[in-house]
Write a protein of this length. Structure first.
Length: 402
């Protein structure tokens, strides 16, 4: 069961070359449990056949003025009443202009005009069309309506061969926007600060000390917090992950850099989720030139890196402090020690020696340890673990406020 279970989504597809990428978005929505009705404009049907969307969604796709739903003569009303959300991807300059002026000459635009649900627009067009003053005026008019939500466009290579703004946002980002719009907003008005990923401590201009953290757990927490309505700042070490949609990302390299970034944003946050795997040691002296393999009897001298959570705890901030303990073996005793020593509210602990709960995997098996309770969660996806952690955070915030 996904976050979109039992949600009904109208997926509008207009006549941009990016229409083929919407097939992947349809697949994601259905896999997450949503019922999806594809509605194509006539131009879109020339780009991607409606049979493709029928195969992906399990429902006949509607084209132009509609046909399969037209028996009642009120297809646009039926769609708009059923829809929890309308997504238009790609949204061409032409369709954006029609919607902004209240024009309705096909099933998609009439469904938008007769609906009251949120509408996600994922623009896709040539850069010059995107920058045209008329397009900007249309966008400003749309954005004055709270239910119109713009996702993208991205900057990159366009089908015309040019580079610039106008590329449809990645299907994954649009999918995350859908989940965000349709999620319960129990963290609305809260500022959540998350650290994620490894740090890299340089040895010389070429090499560094690091660890195997992928950042997946921290990034899952960011995505979940954004979905729940929080303003999210992510302080991230080097990862190969895409920047989460809807969050401000502060990239860092070293433990010292992460400490500075976390302490800088600490005063404004309501929750700190310190999920980063910060390197424990750094060099006392970094070599200015590459260390040669031929150097005999090589040794390096290390010193501890800054203990970020200890510094945070010493400041006695008003925010909720959540630490993470990645151990080999039973992680609970170390979690309990960290909880007390660093004045934390909650510690999320796991045994990284387990093949399904360590670094660089998509699942985790964690203990949630606070001053009164030690609860072990079953093996879950990191996304589900993030939701469980935030469930606990929301309850703790409510008690703190009460």
């Amino acid at each position: 069961m996904g976050l979109l279970d039992k949600k009904f989504i109208v997926l509008g597809v207009t006549g941009g070359i990016a229409a083929y990428r919407t097939c992947e978005l349809a697949r994601m929505l259905v896999k997450d449990g949503a019922g999806v009705q594809a509605v194509l404009t006539g131009a879109a049907a020339e780009m991607v056949g409606p049979v493709t969307f029928q195969a992906l969604t399990g429902r006949p796709a509607e084209v132009g003025r509609g046909g399969n739903l037209a028996a009642s003569g009120m297809a646009h009303i039926d769609l708009s009443q059923r829809a929890d959300l309308i997504v238009i991807a790609p949204a061409t300059a032409n369709t954006l202009a029609k919607i902004s002026w209240g024009m309705a000459d096909n099933l998609l635009t009439t469904a938008v005009l007769s609906s009251t649900c949120p509408v996600i627009l994922a623009p896709a067009m040539n850069t010059r069309m995107w920058n045209n003053p008329l397009t900007r005026e249309n966008l400003e008019r749309l954005q004055r309506l709270e239910r119109m939500i713009l996702v993208g466009p991205a900057v990159g290579s366009l089908a015309c061969g040019e580079e610039g703004a106008g590329r449809m946002e990645e299907p994954g980002a649009i999918f995350e926007a859908v989940r965000t719009v349709l999620s319960v907003k129990d963290l609305k008005g809260r500022h959540v600060l998350v650290s994620a990923g490894p740090t890299r401590e340089p040895l010389d201009p070429v090499r560094y000390l690091s660890n195997r953290s992928s950042g997946k757990m921290g990034y899952a927490l960011v995505a979940a917090a954004v979905r729940r309505g929080a303003k999210v700042t992510l302080v991230s070490g080097p990862t190969g992950l895409e920047a989460p949609w809807g969050a401000r990302v502060v990239p860092v390299e070293t433990a010292a850099g992460m400490a500075r970034a976390v302490l800088k944003h600490l005063a404004k946050c309501d929750v700190l989720l310190m999920a980063a795997a910060v390197a424990d040691f750094e060099l006392r002296k970094i070599a200015r030139k590459k260390i040669k393999k031929s150097q005999a009897g090589l040794s390096i001298s290390l010193k501890p890196t800054p203990d970020i959570l200890l510094r945070v705890g010493q400041q006695k901030p008003k925010c909720l402090l959540v630490g993470f303990a990645a151990e080999t073996g039973n992680p609970v005793p170390e979690a309990q020690r960290k909880l007390k020593a660093k004045k934390l509210d909650l510690v999320v602990a796991n045994d990284v020696s387990l093949p399904d709960a360590g670094f660089d995997v998509d699942t985790n098996r964690v203990h949630l340890v606070d001053g009164k309770d030690n609860r072990e969660l079953p093996l879950l996806s990191k996304e589900e673990v993030a939701e469980r952690i935030l469930d606990r955070v929301v309850r703790m915030l409510a008690r703190k406020r009460g």
